[in-house]
Ligand binder design. Structure first.
Ligand code: ATP
Length: 642
């Protein structure tokens, strides 16, 4: 069964919803073909039957002119529904459009839209409408257009707030990393998540617009008599309320039932549209704390800014002097921001796997994201980052669209949060394939199945039909890798891709990465804190400490002849290499926060070999032996001493 059909079946199983649908269908039928509901002319006067109750000739009775109430209700439905439609469309288009823009773009756009919403909210709707109907007498369309505009302020606010929180989701970051433009992200990933919210708001707008329209007609600003309208009927009933109270019942009930039906249907549709993906299983999944949250940072000493050296000629990616500065809040201790990564150099050749290692908070993720031009927290990237001849630090948006997701793929740590929970896996993958390769629908579908098979999923067809929450952790990570490979990239950046998995799945995913790199000559930058992973997979290792590279060399060298005391400390503390006898050694102390880096060697406060010169001035990366570079005042002594 198709998705809309399944949704309709689910909704219609609820009796109240079924009644609401039937009532609205009846109103719609009256609006389109009132002659099918009643054979009488709504303006025909049967004076002898005036103010009569329900009878065979007049099933709902008559008004003071003897006009048939049923036919007036039926013929009045068209104008009523039209007014509601105009108000709902206006409020939804303006509210959703501006709310999305403000929430997603933020900054000045957000401020301007916020002020506009405040203004619309503060205007007294009834006064404005009375002015409008006085200028355009009897014109329901203009009145309801104005009312819709006034009602849009509520929608702007809720859509803006929801967009802001959705924008922070990791799957949105992943979509940006995959190269989607802002309109594509809004249409494909943000808007579907707001569907339920918009439906509820639109149903409320419909209900309020119906009541307002009836109120205007009641006040004498509706269609001129004898044209039938529901509000006008209530007004006529008011005049004879003491002699013939029944005349108020049919139009009053019609308005009440229609308002109730809009609200019921809105609620039910909201529940139905979100049920497909918001399962308890999905809700249980939590982002690892500290990965993406905005961390508070302290005072930062001036960052050492090196003049970027020239890129390595045979490297696919050559990073030189990469520094990242995150902006500070005006009320923070460091309003002009904090440097969290400084002066990073690294090279990756085609087909090479380079491991970026270090303790938590050393700047590995910030470095990886900055290579992709998406540093966290709107950070500013300086230095150079040459990728196949293009300096990514200076790349334009247009150049990024040809690189991100297409020539550089990205695999996040937790695949579940980087996949959009509202879309089937196959749909997401096919979209990526089509965007990156320009393939048609059918070719994209075939490529999706091939990709899923390539990453070792045994039933690619059935996997493609699943939602992300229906995948196990290992399957989801394979899907995420397939996603990153959709554009057939030359470089893959994988940020701790196995951390969320059990040991068996970890080994499988690592083997998959190694095989993919070998078969496709794919360069891989692997962010990890696990030296076992580095030993098993990588050709070279780059060790980071407190935002800097402290050692960079082939993996065999790293394990055989580590030159930096920090690297030696990491190796000594690696449980994979522990002998099993005695306690595992640790490096005393913790990584200093970006605002608190020492002036000299940043590792000096924890280093058993630190001497006075280490603390005096920043230590440069020794480039005299590029194959094994180290940032240490006493590299050889450290080797001897340790
Ligand atoms: N959005 C942000 N706002 C402020 N500071 C941030 C932000 N993102 C990262 N940082 C800071 O930048 C520094 C480097 O963080 P990063 O995530 O790159 O470390 P990491 O080495 O990848 O650690 P982990 O292994 O835990 O992921 C940390 O001190 C962190 O607090």
């Amino acid at each position: 069964m198709s998705r809309p059909a399944a949704l309709a079946t689910r909704l219609l199983r609820r009796p109240l919803v079924l009644l609401a649908v039937l009532w609205l269908l009846l109103v719609l039928a009256c609006a389109l073909h009132p002659e099918l509901v009643t054979g009488r002319d709504p303006v025909e006067q049967d004076l002898p039957a005036a103010l009569g109750g329900p009878s065979a000739a007049h099933p709902l009775g008559t008004d003071r002119l003897g006009q048939d109430l049923l036919s007036r209700l039926a013929y009045g439905a068209a104008g009523t529904l039209w007014g509601v439609l105009v108000a709902v469309l206006t409020a939804t288009v303006v509210g959703v459009g501006l709310g999305l823009l403000a929430g997603y773009l933020g900054g000045l756009v957000d401020a301007l839209v916020g002020r506009l919403a405040d203004l619309l909210f503060s205007l007294p709707a009834i006064v404005i409408l009375l002015v409008v109907v006085a200028v355009f007498p009897g014109d329901v369309t203009i009145a309801m257009l104005t009312f819709g505009l006034l009602l849009s302020s509520g929608l702007i606010r809720v859509v803006r707030a929801a967009t802001r929180s959705t924008r922070e989701e990791l799957f949105i970051a992943a979509a940006r990393l995959a190269g989607l433009s802002a309109p594509q992200i809004l249409r494909r990933h943000v808007l579907p998540r707001l569907r339920g919210l918009v439906i509820v708001q639109a149903s409320l707008v419909a209900a309020v617009a119906l009541v307002m329209q009836a109120s205007l007609a009641f006040l004498g600003f509706g269609p001129p008599p004898p044209e039938p309208s529901w509000g006008g009927m209530i007004d006529e009933a008011r005049m004879v309320i003491v002699r013939h109270p029944w005349a108020l019942v049919p139009p009053g009930l019609a308005v009440a039932l229609t308002v109730l039906s809009f609200v019921l249907l809105g609620d039910a549709a909201r529940d139905g549209t979100t049920a497909a993906w918001s399962t308890t299983k999905l809700a249980r999944r939590r982002r690892r704390p500290g990965r993406t949250g905005r961390h508070r940072v302290g005072v930062t000493p001036a960052a050492p800014t090196a003049v970027p050296a020239s890129p390595a000629p045979d490297a696919l990616l050559s990073v030189r002097g990469l520094s990242v500065r995150l902006p500070g809040r005006p009320d923070a201790a460091t309003p002009d921001g904090t440097t969290v990564v400084s002066d990073v150099d690294l090279d990756i050749a085609p087909g090479e796997i380079v491991g970026l290692v270090g303790e938590s908070g050393c700047g590995k993720t910030v470095t990886a994201l900055s290579v992709l031009g998406l540093p966290p927290g709107d950070g500013r990237v300086t230095g150079s980052c040459h990728f196949a001849g293009l300096d990514l630090v200076r790349a334009t948006d247009r150049q990024w669209r040809t690189v991100r997701g297409r020539r550089i793929g990205y695999v996040a740590q937790d695949p579940m949060v980087s996949l959009d929970p509202t879309l089937r896996v196959g749909v997401q993958l096919a979209e990526a394939v089509r965007r990156h390769t320009g393939a048609g629908r059918r070719a994209a579908r075939e490529r999706v199945v091939a990709l899923l098979r390539d990453v070792g999923l045994p039933e690619p067809d059935s996997t493609a039909r699943r939602y992300p929450h229906q995948l196990s952790g290992g399957m989801a990570q394979r899907v995420a890798i397939a996603f990153a490979l959709a554009g057939d990239p030359e470089l893959l950046i994988a940020d701790e891709p196995t951390t969320a998995l059990d040991v068996t799945r970890q080994a499988e995913i690592l083997a998959l990465l190694a095989r993919t790199s070998r078969e496709r000559r794919l360069a891989v930058l692997l962010v990890t804190h696990d030296l076992g992973v580095v030993a098993a997979l990588c050709d070279r290792a780059v060790v980071m400490y407190a935002g800097q590279v402290v050692e960079s060399c082939p993996v065999t060298e790293l394990f055989a002849r580590p030159r930096h005391p920090y690297t030696r400390g990491l190796l000594a503390a690696d449980p994979h290499r522990a002998s099993g006898a005695g306690r595992l050694p640790t490096i005393a102390g913790t990584v200093p926060a970006p605002g608190n880096w020492p002036t000299g060697c940043r590792f000096a406060p924890r280093c058993p070999l630190a001497v006075e010169p280490c603390r005096r001035a920043p230590v440069p990366l020794d480039g005299t032996a590029p194959a094994h570079a180290v940032r240490c005042v006493r590299p050889d002594e450290s080797r001897v001493a340790a």
